[in-house]
Design a binder for this molecule. Structure first.
Ligand code: MN
Length: 203
C-alpha cells in the first residue's frame, strides 16, 4: 500500500470544546481514511507512481495519467490537506504566532490581527467546500488564498504552511451552518510551534 492514514497525534476529544470528539473521529477515520483508500486504488492502476510523494503527484498533475488524474487531485489533495491539518492543531493551542513565522506575518500583513482577519474572511467566504490557506507562493511570498474542494497550494508551486478545512464535514455536527463560529474557534487550536517549523522548512 503506497499511502497510509497517519494516526491523529492526539485523542479525538483533545480539541474540545473548539472541535468536538465525534467530528474529529468521523473526519479523521472516515473522511481522511477514504481519501487514502481512494488514492491507493487510483495508484494501483499505475504502480509506476507508487514511489512518488503526494506533493510530487499534485505538483505535476499533468504527468499523472489522465484516467486517474481527477482521482489523484481529489484524494491526493484530501490526503495532503488533512495530514497537515491534524498536525497544525493541538490541545491547549491558540495564542499568537512564534519565531520566524511571527516575523513573516508582521512583514507580509503588518500584524497578526490582519493576518488572522484575512485568513478567517477567506475561509468563511470560500464558496462551497474548500480550504483557506496561508502559504509561500512560487516566489516565496507569504500569501493567503481560498482553494476549492481538496486543491492545495502545491498544485500552483506553493508551499502550504497552515490551512483551515471549511468543508461542512469539518464543523456541521457542532456548528451547523455557522462556519464563521467554527473558524473563530479553530484559531484556539493552533500549534504555532508546528506552524513555525513548517514555515522554516518551506522557506
Ligand atoms: Mn476535511
Amino acid at each position: 500500500m503506497a499511502f497510509e492514514l497517519p494516526p491523529l497525534p492526539y485523542p479525538t476529544n483533545a480539541l474540545e470544546p473548539h472541535i468536538d470528539a465525534l467530528t474529529m473521529e468521523i473526519h479523521h477515520d472516515r473522511h481522511h481514511g477514504t481519501y487514502v483508500s481512494n488514492l491507493n486504488a487510483a495508484i494501483e492502476k499505475h504502480p509506476e507512481l507508487a514511489s512518488k510523494t503526494v506533493e510530487e503527484l499534485l505538483g505535476n498533475l499533468a504527468a499523472v495519467p489522465e484516467d486517474i488524474r481527477t482521482a489523484v487531485r481529489n484524494n491526493g489533495g484530501g490526503h495532503l490537506n488533512h495530514s497537515i491539518f491534524w498536525r497544525i492543531m493541538k490541545p491547549g493551542g491558540g495564542g499568537e504566532p512564534v519565531g520566524d513565522f511571527a516575523r513573516a506575518v508582521d512583514e507580509a500583513f503588518g500584524s497578526f490581527a490582519t493576518f488572522k482577519d484575512t485568513l478567517s474572511k477567506t475561509a468563511v467566504g470560500q464558496f462551497g467546500s474548500g480550504w483557506g490557506w496561508a502559504y509561500l507562493d512560487g516566489s516565496g511570498k507569504l500569501v493567503i488564498k481560498g482553494f476549492p474542494n481538496q486543491d492545495n497550494p502545491v498544485m500552483e508551486g506553493g508551499r502550504p504552511i497552515m490551512g483551515v478545512d471549511v468543508w461542512e464535514h469539518a464543523y456541521y455536527l457542532k456548528y451547523q451552518n455557522r462556519r464563521a463560529d467554527y473558524v473563530a474557534a479553530w484559531w484556539n487550536t493552533i500549534d504555532w510551534e508546528e506552524v513555525d517549523r513548517r514555515y522554516r522548512a518551506a522557506r
